[in-house]
Design a protein around this ligand. Structure first.
Ligand SMILES: [Zn+2]
Length: 656
């Protein structure tokens, strides 16, 4: 069984099941191009970085294995980032069957296996530091590294059938069980960035041992059941809401704290729910998902509004959620990992509940605040993804050399985001469809071939032809299927008003409600052709009136793509804050195959404000504007033409 994550084929409390890895392959267009780039540039480049002296991640394992002299380098979570990279490589192997990749993975695993201690412990950031004990301070991110180890090893086993990586993971998880399952010592409040919950559930699903599920659940049960005060185990990092430990998950109403920590935690809890069906858990996850996506999320699907802030309980927080509707553009943190975690959590909720609104968020993130994390060449990365960039504000940022950079960088010393994004691009074809009780759902559109089996074991082959996301017509050819009736569910995105659907040229009368699945149940036959036509209008989007930061401003969206304006498309020396938009003007979509990896730009004009004021407050009269013919580019494709100023939201005027 080669099921993708979450490997939920036997999970009792889930509506939809993941595809097997490799069952869906992109054939052409947007995602096929991204996958090719992933296989040919992103993964090989990342291998050079992480296995060489710049990234030093493999070196850490080699030193721990006794094969090399030196010190641990990189962040405490560097092992985890290497496991994510290995996961990406495994997905690429699954699709390409390139045996070189398998060989390289075996070489890494050999080194990792030598680095592992005899009792199963494996954390090079601790093993290579003098005077630091195991599981004595959560800032060392042991749980994070563990989670990524378990997931990567499970994927490797499912794809290759080899046990070499899986056995390392089992040994490691068994140690974790002996230490954390008993109610001893300070372990009740241990865990920072709790990826281990997802990892333990995946391990349970892969090897069938219930103790891993019990331990995953225990990590949720522990949290929030103790007095929140500093302790030797927490020195060096904020506590309380920052790490979602002030309120037990089952009682939580609001997403708080570090956005990556929160969303990995929720995603892990969603995995636990898929196995246990506990109502209090899913009720909390429903509330948290609504809170994130309707009160604290950017128009790009990004999350984590601030680098520094506080929760309503007056806990200091970093890189995370602040108050509802408090959505700064320029200083938005929006870590690529947080955005990806929003998609991962939403993807799990889609599986649990089978509702299209979750897939809408997955899509929004993927096309906007995920892909913005990597350049069109696949070799430079953004960590933070603000919605506006000004040249003269860079000195605001405290961590310019680590996280908040004006340009994408070829290496980030905090390297969590790049492999997280690359493994997602490598596996996103598995998210395109899910298996429903008696049929399939089409979650994401893109030219592909699906060769799979329905849950009853009957073969299903569908080919999808489309130029999505640049055009809204999607043709699905049913190439092989069972004779009995089954259901194909087509996601009608929330933005896709007036969508039509035809079967073999005849219009289907099913009501197509944006934001839901159109479920077509019938006796399908080979050669059936479904054509979905989603009109892709250019839309102006405003924020909720309570988002003060975007009052009287609009973002521009077409289909799932959010656009921006950036300085290479403006006259020299034009400040981005002088750009306005005339809401009465039309924008014309134009596909440009050789520009920024092949994108649709929006051609039209913006207004450049000419009059200048001074001081923090100024008297104002009707400003002077000069129209300027230019283009908008997709937000994800900004910052590929040198250092630029950029904005997603523009002030709007409505002039004839
Ligand atoms: Zn990250």
């Amino acid at each position: 069984m080669k099921q993708a994550t979450p490997s939920n084929i036997n999970s009792p409390y889930t509506q939809l099941k993941s595809l097997n890895i490799g069952d869906c392959q992109w054939t052409d267009g947007f995602w096929a191009d991204k996958f090719k780039l992933c296989a040919n540039a992103m993964v090989p480049y990342m291998a050079d970085v992480l296995c060489g002296d710049v990234g030093h991640a493999l070196n850490n394992f080699k030193i721990a294995a006794g094969e090399k002299q030196g010190e641990h380098q990189g962040m405490f979570w560097h092992d985890g980032d290497f496991y994510k990279f290995m996961e990406a490589k495994t997905y690429v192997y699954a699709q390409t069957q390139n045996n070189e990749l398998l060989k390289e993975l075996d070489e890494y695993i050999e080194i990792i296996s030598k680095a592992q201690e005899t009792d199963g412990y494996l954390q090079t950031q601790i093993q290579l530091r003098e005077g630091v004990d195991r599981y004595e301070n959560r800032k060392y991110h042991e749980m994070y590294n563990t989670g990524h180890l378990l997931i990567s090893a499970c994927i490797h086993y499912r794809v290759t059938g080899q046990r070499n990586f899986l056995d390392i993971a089992i040994k490691h998880a068994d140690l974790l069980y002996t230490i954390f399952m008993p109610d001893t010592k300070h372990y009740g409040r241990f865990g920072f960035n709790q990826t281990q919950i997802m990892g333990l559930v995946e391990l349970y699903r892969t090897v069938g041992d219930k103790k891993y599920l019990a331990l995953a659940e225990k990590f949720i049960d522990y949290r929030g059941k103790y007095e929140v005060k500093h302790h030797p185990t927490t020195e060096g990092y904020p506590i309380g809401d920052m790490v979602q430990e002030r309120t037990p998950l089952r009682e939580s109403n609001e997403a708080v704290g570090h956005a990556v920590l929160a969303l990995y935690y929720y995603a892990g809890a969603a995995d636990v729910y898929a196995e246990t069906g506990e109502k209090a858990l899913i009720d909390a996850l429903d509330r948290l998902w609504e809170n994130v996506t309707t009160k604290k999320m950017y128009v790009t699907g990004a999350v984590g509004q601030a680098h520094y802030g506080a929760s309503v309980n007056r806990d200091m927080i970093e890189e995370g959620f602040i108050d509802a509707y408090m959505m700064p553009n320029m200083t938005a943190y929006n870590e690529t990992c947080a955005n990806l975690c929003n998609a991962m959590f939403s993807y799990r909720m889609l599986n649990l509940k089978g509702e299209a609104k979750y897939a809408d968020i997955v899509e929004l993130v993927l096309y906007n605040s995920a892909l913005s994390g990597i350049s069109v060449t696949g070799k430079e990365y953004f960590y933070a993804n603000p919605l506006r960039m000004l040249n003269n504000t860079r000195d605001y940022h405290a961590h310019e050399n680590v996280t908040e950079t004006p340009n994408r960088e070829p290496y980030l010393s905090c390297f969590c985001c790049p492999p997280n994004l690359v493994r997602t691009i490598a596996t996103v074809s598995e998210w395109a469809y899910s298996l429903s009780e008696n049929g399939v759902t089409v979650n994401l559109y893109g030219a592909n071939n699906l060769v799979s089996q329905l849950q009853d074991g009957s073969p299903i082959k569908i080919s999808q032809e489309t130029a999505y996301p640049w055009q809204g017509t999607v043709k699905l050819n049913i190439e092989e299927c069972k004779a009995d009736a089954f259901t194909i569910g087509l996601r009608i995105p929330k933005w896709a008003e007036n969508t039509t659907l035809t079967l073999n040229g005849e219009k289907l009368t099913n009501s197509l409600t944006p934001g839901s699945f159109a479920q077509i149940e019938r006796n399908w036959k080979n050669g059936d052709v479904l054509v979905l036509d989603m009109p892709m209008e250019v839309e102006f989007v405003e924020g909720h009136p309570r988002i003060e930061e975007v009052r009287n401003q609009i973002a521009i969206k077409r289909g799932p793509i959010v656009y921006c304006i950036e300085s290479p498309d403006l006259p020299e020396n034009t400040g981005i804050l002088d750009i306005y938009f005339n809401g009465n003007k039309k924008l014309e979509p134009t596909y440009q195959p050789d520009f920024l990896g092949g994108i649709t730009t929006l051609e039209g004009e913006v207004l450049i404000r000419k009059d200048k004021g001074e001081g923090i407050y100024r008297t104002v009269q009707k400003p002077e504007w000069t129209p300027y013919k230019t283009q908008l580019v997709p937000y994800f494709a900004w910052s590929n033409r040198g250092q630029a100023e950029m904005t997603v939201f523009m002030p709007v005027v409505w002039e004839d």
